[in-house]
Design a protein around this ligand. Structure first.
Ligand code: FAD
Length: 583
């Protein structure tokens, strides 16, 4: 006779085989048998109690983004389940594997409008790549195994609904097995030399080529830089790919469009050829970032993405890292010089000088840039930056001075406010020895502040920096751009430092530059979570996607007013630099 095991303990053994270390969630009656199993397996798997399931789901998504491994969250039947949606959509849209375990009333009570019962499968249909209700206790561990395999294969969310009574039923030990230890990442497709030769011919003809490096180039730092130097092409990164190319690299122009740098927006406007590598920029067509007349070479491992954002001249269905390396191998001597490349480098150096002006300001209220100067100063070299959504996203992209050992995570496509809190909890849970920052606006912090209690409970030394200006600044700027009256974008202030203290963290209020410097010094010596509440200016940062500096498009008065408002008198213009280097 086979030995027996409780079905939910068998499920946790499957998770362990997949190297799951952390499970995020908040218990409810319909999940109690799994809670019992988590208690009995607590030496092998960490249960991290969050105070809102949304934060748990965002933590699971963030853990998957930070580690490359499946993130796991649970919610109990009804409200516990529905609270998960934001985090699950974040995982879906940033293409990471997450397993959501959903509590259900006991099988005998199902389908009878029982307390907190919902028909969960249709609700989770859109967000998931796998979405099933377990039908027998014996199948629970096998369904979980199948769910995780599917989540990895399709880089998405697997949802498993578990009737509560099944969890604590005995099943035969030999009725299941786990397949995680057999899993290895799929072999990524190899580049096709003949297509690379076609692409090389286009590159030879181009005058203003740009390498557009998306998250598909993660881990390809050396290849991206070697390609850029060999072909003398500046690099533009998607926002989510911050950190892959060091910010110190001279031809890293940062991101395009709105959370952008001025040189990246100017370079993509001027480009006559784009090598689009592992990227799927959502604004490409809607905001006319990629112009119809550009030549376009696309590298992607997903055939459904080829041609999605622009008509393609050469399509390379292969791994970006291998393909970029192969371009350099197959080409002869490096391009000696290219006026466009030199112009973008000078443009970027000038832009960095411009940003520095704000970093060095000691005015009250403080400039966000001055806060980032302190963050960069106190970074240890392998920090993890959990970035919330809003103007803080743009400022993080512009001002964080990152290297590839550090990690940057945000809710990139779904762009849900409140991401930073869960991401910081996940970062500290997965990498306890690394310094973790949660960089967040006061609007987003208010949405998830209850989970500061989670950081306190687990003694997580997270440096939460709240950029506080009592406005939904990103939306305020959109209202300005659309010529709308400002409405509904201001809100009450709170003393977030006091809130932090009341919750058991160490709160530090900051209004002046001296307080700012002292706050970051103090934060280093604190063991648990810190809340630095920085009162910042509400002045708008320069909208680089809408520069009013081109005399062909704007009057002298408009240009003068734009330069004055954004203190941009010394900002150079890429077209002038291209002319200078072309002489
Ligand atoms: P994905 O959408 O994940 O696409 C990656 C692509 O790489 C996919 O096609 C995939 O198939 C492919 N791939 C994966 N692995 C490989 C491999 N090994 N080899 C080859 N291909 C591979 N972003 C901007 O750039 N500009 C903005 O102004 C901007 N504004 C934002 C504002 C806010 C408030 C927020 C939160 C985000 C913003 N973003 C912005 C982010 C933006 O919404 C997108 O999420 C981001 O641009 C997508 O980046 P991606 O294309 O690299 O990633």
């Amino acid at each position: 006779m086979s030995e027996k095991i409780k079905a939910s303990i068998a499920m946790l053994k499957v998770l362990q085989d997949w190297k799951v270390e952390n499970v995020y969630g908040l218990p409810g009656g319909s999940f109690n048998t799994t809670m019992r199993a988590l208690e009995s397996e607590k030496e092998n798997i960490n249960y991290i109690q969050v105070r809102h399931e949304e934060v748990g789901a965002l933590a699971a998504a963030a853990e998957a983004k930070l580690t490359g491994k499946v993130g796991v969250v649970f919610g109990s039947a009804g409200p516990g389940a529905t609270h998960l949606f934001n985090g699950l959509y974040d995982a879906q849209q940033d293409h990471v594997p997450v397993l959501a375990l959903i509590g259900q009333v006991a099988s005998s009570a199902m389908n009878m409008d029982s307390f907190q019962e919902m028909n969960e499968n249709p609700m989770f249909a859109d967000v998931s790549v796998y979405n099933r209700t377990v039908m027998t206790p014996e199948s629970l561990p096998r369904v979980i195994d199948q769910a995780i395999r599917t989540a990895y294969q399709y880089k998405g969310v697997a949802v498993v609904t578990i009737p509560n009574d099944y969890g604590w039923m005995d099943i035969d030990m030999d009725s299941y097995y786990a397949s995680g230890h057999n899993y290895s990442s799929p072999i990524l497709p190899e580049p096709d030399d003949s297509k690379i030769k076609d692409a090389l011919a286009l590159i030879k003809e181009a005058k203003r080529p740009v390498l557009f490096a998306g998250i598909g180039t993660k881990g390809a730092t050396d290849e991206v830089i070697a390609f850029s130097e060999h072909f003398k092409m500046p690099v533009i990164i998607t926002a989510i790919n911050k950190g892959t190319v060091p910010d110190s690299y001279r031809a890293n122009l940062g991101s395009t469009y709105r959370v952008a740098t001025k040189p990246a927006d100017e370079a993509i406007e001027a480009a006559d050829l784009v090598v689009f590598a592992g990227a799927d920029l959502p604004f490409a067509q809607t905001k006319k970032i990629l112009k119809p007349n550009m030549k376009f070479i696309q590298i992607d491992i997903d055939a459904s993405k080829i041609g999605k954002r622009h008509a393609v001249d050469v399509a390379l269905l292969s791994d970006a890292k291998k393909t970029l390396a192969r371009f350099v191998e197959l080409d002869g001597a490096p391009v000696e010089s290219r006026p466009f490349f030199d112009a973008t480098i000078e443009d970027m150096a000038n832009w960095r000088e411009y940003l520095k002006k704000f970093e060095d300001k000691t005015t009250t209220p403080l400039q966000p840039a001055a806060v980032f100067k302190e963050i960069n100063k106190h970074a240890t070299g392998d920090d993890i930056f959990a970035i919330d959504v809003g103007n803080v996203t743009m400022n993080s992209l512009r001002y964080l001075d990152m290297n590839p050992k550090q990690k940057f995570t945000t809710s990139a496509l779904f762009a849900t406010m409140g991401y930073g809190m869960g991401a910081a909890i996940a970062a500290k849970s997965a990498f306890p020895d690394r310094q973790v920052f949660n960089l967040v606006g006061d609007g987003a912090f208010a949405m998830v502040v209850q989970d500061l209690l989670t950081q306190v409970k687990y003694k997580q030394h997270v440096i939460n920096v709240v950029f506080s200006n009592q406005h939904f600044g990103f939306i305020q700027d959109e209202q300005e751009d659309e010529g709308q009256p400002f409405y509904g974008i201001d809100f009450n202030d709170a003393d977030w430092a006091q809130v932090g203290n009341a919750m058991g963290a160490v709160g530090i209020p900051v209004s002046t530059h001296d307080e700012l410097v002292a706050a970051f010094e103090k934060a280093e010596s604190i063991e648990g979570p810190v809340v630095i509440d920085v009162k910042i200016t509400d002045e708008r940062a320069i909208p680089v996607e809408d520069l009013a500096v081109d005399p062909k498009r704007f009057s002298a008065e408009e240009i003068a007013a734009f330069r004055k408002r954004y203190e941009a008198e010394d900002l150079l213009v890429l077209d002038d630099l291209i002319e200078k280097y072309s002489k």
